[in-house]
Design a binder for this molecule. Structure first.
Ligand SMILES: Cc1ncc(COP(=O)(O)O)c(C=O)c1O
Length: 405
């Protein structure tokens, strides 16, 4: 059982008031708030260790490098990767996917090869692949959705061919919260020898991730959605694949040797970490993972599920509300509209009551077009959200209904 009062006391921002009301923060799918231990880790880094990493013999650089590499180990354990050097630090999920799209395509793809994505992808996991259509003549195939906005597995089966080289798919929809059947999809990819990239931006904060059990070739996520700092992303890739791919960016830190004639690349993970990274962010990443581990990801998942069930039940009782993607298999996200009302109007009224939700297309325009709506209101939950906040939210939605229709 999660003690939300105790957990909330670790998040300074949660005691803020907005428009004179206690903040109800339900925009966790966009970014989570940060516990004191993450904030302290950043302050501690700058107060005691600040130095550039990986390139020096003095004490501070060695200590900063050790902290940076400790975080890599912490991420390795968090997702159960086989090796720490399979963890590449990036700027975020977007950066991780762009890295793979650029580097994997240069290593392995030619004109006519096929990539499969789904209709529910975040633009970060859609645009890089769509772009390869123009740059390389790649054929982009899209898994459509059923009327309940779930992936249509029967239609998905017909898309895979011997030319399919990559399946790039989200584990959890950021707009709807639906958890996709990765096991079945990965099996389809394996039958034709395709590689698999999992967008874990919305799953890593809520579900236990085991990349070896999943058998993902690439798994990407952003630490700012898991109580960590912005500007830190993770790319997990299987060692042999990463070794076969060229660098993404070129600069300091990625070489073994350089002459005028030629360059030898450094070993993993350095080959993919050009330039000075977000050192304080990576260092504080370990504090965020420690925070999650101290509570337990399964307990977090269960707690968020209870909040989801309570909110879903309450909204289903309101005939003025349309819910989207109300599947059995969901993470803590609820997407809805007041019938006939633009989501921005609903969001603005909720904001007046101190309730932060996200409104719009959530960077999933193909999905929103498929639903035939201008956007949704999205409430997304985190470990510090409470049942009382769901009550406040439901009162807010009822008030918005009264004011808007
Ligand atoms: C499913 C999904 N993929 C990718 C991203 C992009 O993440 P970032 O902005 O941290 O790069 C997001 C962000 O909301 C997301 O929800």
């Amino acid at each position: 059982m999660i003690n939300t009062t105790k957990i909330r006391s670790q998040f300074p921002i949660l005691s803020k008031t907005i428009n004179g009301k206690p903040l109800v923060y339900f925009d966790n799918g966009a970014t989570t708030q940060k516990p004191q231990q993450v904030i302290d880790a950043i302050v501690n880094y700058y107060s005691n260790f600040n130095s550039n990493i990986h390139r020096g013999v003095h004490r501070l650089t060695q200590e900063a490098t050790a902290l940076f590499e400790e975080s890599r180990k912490s991420v390795q354990q968090f997702i159960n990767a086989k090796h720490a050097h399979e963890i590449i630090f990036t700027k975020g999920t977007t950066d991780s996917i762009s890295l793979v799209a650029s580097s994997f395509s240069r290593a392995f793809l030619k004109e006519g090869d096929e990539i499969i994505v789904s209709e529910m992808e975040h633009h970060s996991n859609f645009l890089p692949w769509q772009n390869l259509r123009y740059e390389k003549g790649i054929v982009l195939k899209v898994i459509p959705l059923t009327t309940n906005a779930e992936l249509d597995l029967e239609k998905a089966k017909t898309l895979f061919t011997q030319k399919t080289k990559l399946l790039a798919i989200t584990q959890v929809s950021n707009t709807l919260g639906i958890i996709n059947p990765l096991k079945e999809l990965i099996a389809l990819a394996r039958e034709v020898g395709a590689k698999v990239l999992i967008d874990g931006a919305q799953s890593a904060p809520h579900l236990k991730i085991d990349v070896q059990e999943l058998d993902a070739d690439f798994f990407v996520f952003s630490m700012h959605k898991i109580y960590g700092p912005t500007g830190v992303g993770v790319l997990y890739g299987k060692e042999d694949l990463l070794n076969a791919m060229p660098p993404y960016q070129y600069g300091g830190g990625i070489i073994k040797s350089v002459t005028i004639e030629k360059t030898e690349w450094a070993e993993l993970p350095n080959k993919f970490e050009a330039g000075t990274p977000n050192i304080e962010g990576v260092v504080a990443t370990k504090a965020a993972i420690d925070f999650v581990n101290a509570i337990g990801i399964n307990a977090i998942c269960e707690h968020e599920h209870q909040l989801l069930q309570k909110a879903t039940k309450a909204l289903l009782e309101l005939p003025e509300i349309e819910l989207y993607g109300n599947s059995e298999n969901k993470a803590g996200v609820i997407s809805f509209n007041i019938k006939g009302v633009h989501p921005f109007d609903t969001g603005t009224i909720l904001d007046q009551m101190g309730i932060a939700v996200r409104t719009g297309h959530h960077c999933t325009q193909p999905l929103i077009q498929c639903l035939g709506i201008p956007g949704t209101v999205r409430a997304s939950f985190a470990v510090y959200n409470s049942e009382e906040e769901i009550d406040i939210f439901v009162v807010g939605v009822k008030k918005a209904i009264k004011m808007l229709i």
